[in-house]
Design a protein around this ligand. Structure first.
Ligand SMILES: Cc1cc2nc3c(=O)[nH]c(=O)nc-3n(C[C@H](O)[C@H](O)[C@H](O)COP(=O)(O)OP(=O)(O)OC[C@H]3O[C@@H](n4cnc5c(N)ncnc54)[C@H](O)[C@@H]3O)c2cc1C
Length: 309
């Protein structure tokens, strides 16, 4: 059993790393446990974070870790957390490699995970010419001939959004639910083709999409794809402690990342739908501040109690 640290951070993406930076600078003993499987690992470049536009996700983490290494009270372990127990002030974490760690507070910065992609050929192009967020990758696909692989909930919204980057795109409807008459009329007004036949296969060369083949034989050439991903919670471990989550898998927290379980926090994609590196880092920072405040308050009170004895 390792020594009791102030904070165990589970997940070393932008949220967990920014929390570690704040807590390290606050002189707290921190252990970051990270299995190093972030959602954006499929992509070559990460965009939209000031001073880091265009770096690889791995470079982003490497720079962050180098900067955090200045603060000696932060330690990193590569491992997967498989269970958690205990309560505020004394949580116990067990990992896949059989290690046990104890911490006063816990921050889950575990992100979200993509459900396995079921469309044939989509995995091969994901992160190379198929993306999920136009703010992250729309610029690189501007003015190209695109395919939007969507469902009834996301079709109109994504069409409107993508129109800011390209006016040449085809909608590929997937799933049983249909668009409403009004939605169909709105898309028709903008002369956006809609294909209802399910996708049979996405043809690509070295990750670059060439054409999409549908079950009814339709073949549409395109050079880029945006699609609606299906997400699940990054980890089941928060539930073992009684944390609440929405149907989407997103953990329920207050504005500082506090869950309903005392001493347990969550930040980043696991606790918000902002899904951007800069947002995840910001939420991690806020959670770090909140955790530090709680630890300071506890230390302050316990010193006062001792002096009364
Ligand atoms: C294809 C793609 C491209 C993207 N491009 C951009 C972009 O260009 N710009 C942008 O701003 N955003 C982009 N995003 C979104 C961005 O990646 C996320 O918003 C951001 O990474 C969220 O940070 P996070 O720290 O919350 O989670 P993550 O970065 O996902 O990190 C979570 C970490 O927790 C670890 N973890 C999970 N469970 C456990 C466990 N039980 N034990 C130990 N470790 C665990 C994971 O392995 C992972 O390392 C992209 C997303 C995708 C899918």
């Amino acid at each position: 059993m390792e020594q009791l640290v102030d904070v165990i951070i589970i997940g070393g993406g932008p949220a967990g790393l920014n929390a570690a930076l704040i807590l390290g600078r606050s002189r707290k003993n921190v252990l970051v446990i990270d299995e190093e499987l972030p959602r954006n690992r499929v992509t070559k470049e990460s965009h939209g974070f000031l001073t880091r536009d265009g770096v690889t996700p791995a470079q982003f983490r490497q720079i962050a870790r180098e900067q955090i290494s200045v603060y000696p009270s932060v330690q990193f372990v590569k491992d997967t957390v498989i269970s958690a127990s205990g309560s505020d002030g004394n949580f116990e974490i067990v990992t896949a490699q059989g290690q046990t760690y104890t911490g006063k507070k816990i921050l889950f910065a575990v992100g979200m995970k993509d459900r396995p992609l079921t469309i044939s050929g989509l995995q091969e192009v994901y992160g190379k010419s198929a993306f999920v967020c136009p703010y992250c990758d729309g610029w690189e696909l501007r003015d190209q001939t695109l395919a939007l692989i969507v469902n009834s909930t996301t079709a109109l919204h994504l069409a409107k959004t993508i129109s800011g980057w390209s006016d040449q795109f085809t909608i590929f409807m997937q799933g049983a639910e249909e668009l409403t008459i009004e939605e169909q009329a709105e898309l028709a007004q903008h002369q956006i083709p809609i294909i209802y036949s399910p996708i049979q296969h996405i043809h690509s060369v070295e990750g670059m999409v060439q054409k999409i083949e549908c079950e009814d034989g339709t073949l549409i050439a395109c050079t880029g794809i945006f699609f609606t991903p299906e997400l699940i919670a990054g980890s089941d471990v928060p539930r073992m402690l009684g944390c609440e989550s929405a149907d989407t898998g997103m953990m329920i927290v207050d504005e500082f990342g506090k869950t309903i379980i005392p001493g347990v926090y969550s930040a980043g994609d696991s606790a918000s739908r902002k899904y951007q590196v800069v947002a995840a880092a910001s939420l991690g920072s806020m959670a770090g501040v909140s955790i530090n405040s709680e630890l300071l308050e506890e230390a302050w009170q316990s010193k006062a109690n001792l002096s009364l004895k």
